[in-house]
Design a protein around this ligand. Structure first.
Ligand SMILES: *Cc1c(COP(=O)(O)O)cnc(C)c1O
Length: 236
């Protein structure tokens, strides 16, 4: 079932890319495995996937450890992305285990990740999470704070700022889904024009809205339930 779902998600990505006039290789699928165990991840690896996203730090590290020997058929090791909230008391273990963090929402977290990234590993790849829908309850930087934080993060030695991430408010129709994604794309363009030309990542789009996100320039779509099915309740 997982392999079949993955094939359908890849077909959906390809259709959305064709419609947007974008090459299919311009969009990366991040397989969101939160709440699913190592066996489900192995099934996705057997189907050729190697990029996985986790929300909860300790659950993620358990899986990273359990799957340290896993390789795709072509020999690629797994790449792990933290996409959930990160508290400062967990930055050290995150810096030691993950390859990417999409959910950096303040400078202090980025500074700690940079200081704590082990010397033998490549710089940690990070995105700033933006509260693009302006909901008071959701995490993420306010749009007006992003440029200043981005400039400071880009100067840190052991993290590499790659771009922006958002979790927009759910919307039912395609045009309503596009609006926040477009706002994030325009914010990224302003950062690029303002001296951060190397930024190349827009982490937007989930099972329900990945088509709209691709239409607005998503470079990483984070997809869970369309691949693994409905999740049981989140831990904690
Ligand atoms: C769970 C989650 C996803 C995947 O959501 P689905 O709707 O299951 O595709 C993507 N991004 C974040 C930040 C998530 O927490």
């Amino acid at each position: 079932m997982i392999a079949n779902n993955l094939q359908q998600v890849h077909e959906r990505i390809a259709r959305a890319c064709a419609q947007a006039g974008r090459p299919v290789q311009s969009v990366t699928l991040l397989v969101v495995s939160k709440t699913f165990g190592p066996d489900a991840v192995r099934e996705a690896v057997a189907a050729g996937e190697h990029r996985f996203g986790e929300n909860y730090v300790l659950e993620g590290i358990e899986k990273i450890t359990a799957l340290s020997d896993a390789r795709t058929a072509s020999g690629t090791a797994l790449e792990w992305h933290l996409i959930g909230a990160l508290q400062s008391n967990k930055t050290r273990v995150v810096a030691a285990h993950f390859d990417w963090v999409h959910s950096v929402d303040r400078l202090k977290i980025a500074q700690r990740l940079s200081e704590q990234r082990p010397a033998h590993l490549a710089p940690l790849q990070i995105c700033l999470q933006v509260n693009i829908s302006g909901e008071s309850s959701k995490s993420g930087l306010r749009v007006g704070e992003v440029a200043e934080v981005a400039r400071a993060v880009a100067a840190l030695p052991r993290v590499r700022l790659r771009g922006l991430m958002a979790i927009p408010e759910p919307a039912a129709d395609f045009d309503a889904q596009r609006a926040p994604h477009r706002a994030l794309r325009e914010l990224l363009a302003r950062l690029q024009a303002g001296g951060l030309a190397a930024l190349d990542t827009l982490s937007i789009g989930m099972s329900a809205d990945l088509d709209a996100a691709i239409a607005e320039g998503a470079t990483i779509v984070r997809v869970g339930s369309a691949i693994f099915g409905t999740r049981r309740a989140a831990p904690g």
